[in-house]
Design a protein around this ligand. Structure first.
Ligand code: DGY
Length: 326
């Protein structure tokens, strides 16, 4: 009998066909509508594998209903949507999709940095709405990018890829990370700083760290107050790392100059979120990894992880590695 899997969103046909060769596949196929919780609850006791997205909250309560579940394959590099310790306790493997989205997410991070600093979105709107009357010395003046100080919070693969792009702009790069990375420091010519020094010195602060209980509200009122008045905060990691109320206050009282956000505490962000009304904020709907190629690679990798696990192998991108030895 083929193992049963549940796929929580319509994915690429090619990937689905591969899964169907080896498994009995059920899919929640409503495009752009996350699977309702009650459907997940209904499916979870009967499946061997779950192929899910970051929109699904895989918590302990849900996992308590799992009877045969062996693998949760998350089609994302971040996995804060999954209670890893609850899964581990139950012997359920959890996998993610690292690597394949690194460069694409770094591209987007840099694009957002540039769009915010040079007011690209505002300028586009200004022109299209017919406000452009003449060239003017003060028209839509922004912040310098080249030669400025970039502070990277979280020097994982994406942080390193952002640093490489910043080198091309002759930026001075500081980073803050749980562990120092001496080799990267010398190969890229970047410098370690503690969080407070990084915040004080940076013209751009890029948040690229995973979202964990330790990084929740890592950037709060106190941290924002340390930043330069001319500084720009970029967040392409997870919304909860930056306290949005504190950020709103900082942006409206000229504590910092601007922000570029691809992620929010609540997603999709409410149109009533006051950050959306600010001209000095560029917002995106969590599209860091959204290129056709990368999304396809992520989908393939997530499929490969689930198939390896259901085949009794240790999946390539296992997060709860302690289960590899059991
Ligand atoms: C991830 O993978 O965690 C990103 O947030 C979406 O690609």
């Amino acid at each position: 009998m083929k193992p049963k899997i549940f796929v929580t969103r319509k994915i690429y046909t090619e990937v689905l066909l591969e899964l169907k060769k080896n498994c009995e596949v059920e899919i929640w196929d409503q495009e752009d509508v996350p699977v309702p919780r009650h459907i997940l609850e209904e499916k979870i006791p009967h499946i061997d594998g779950l192929y899910c997205l970051l929109t699904e909250n895989i918590d302990k309560k849900l996992l308590d209903e799992a009877k045969n579940l062996k693998i949760i394959s998350n089609m994302a590099v971040g996995y804060n949507n999954i209670d890893i310790s609850a899964a581990t306790e139950k012997g359920i493997l959890v996998t993610n999709t690292p690597g394949v989205l690194t460069e694409t997410t770094a591209d987007l991070t840099f694009a957002l940095l540039m769009a915010t600093a040079r007011r690209i979105i505002e300028a586009d709107r200004y022109l299209k709405e017919g406000h452009w009357k003449t060239w003017s010395p003060n028209l839509l003046t922004g912040q310098e990018i080249h030669g400025s100080n970039l502070g990277i919070i979280g020097l994982g693969e994406i942080g390193i890829a952002v640093a490489k792009r910043a080198k091309g702009f002759n930026m001075n790069i500081l980073y803050y990370n749980r562990n120092r990375k001496h080799e990267v420091e010398s190969s890229l010519g970047i410098h370690y700083a503690d969080l407070n020094s990084l915040l004080k010195q940076s013209d751009f602060v890029c948040v690229l760290t995973p979202y964990t209980p330790e990084t929740k509200n890592l950037i709060d009122k106190e941290q924002l107050r340390m930043m330069k008045k001319s500084a720009i905060l970029i967040n392409t990691a997870r919304g909860g790392i930056v306290n949005e109320n504190a950020l709103y206050d900082a942006l409206t009282s000229e504590v910092i100059w601007g922000a570029g956000l691809d992620v929010f505490e609540e997603e999709p962000v409410s149109l009533k979120n006051s950050l959306l009304a600010l001209p000095n904020v560029v917002v995106l709907p969590h599209i860091g990894s959204a290129s056709l190629n990368t999304r396809m690679e992520m989908a393939r990798m997530a499929a490969c992880n689930i198939l390896q696990a259901l085949n009794g192998e240790v999946p390539q991108n296992l997060i709860n590695k302690e289960l590899a030895c059991t």
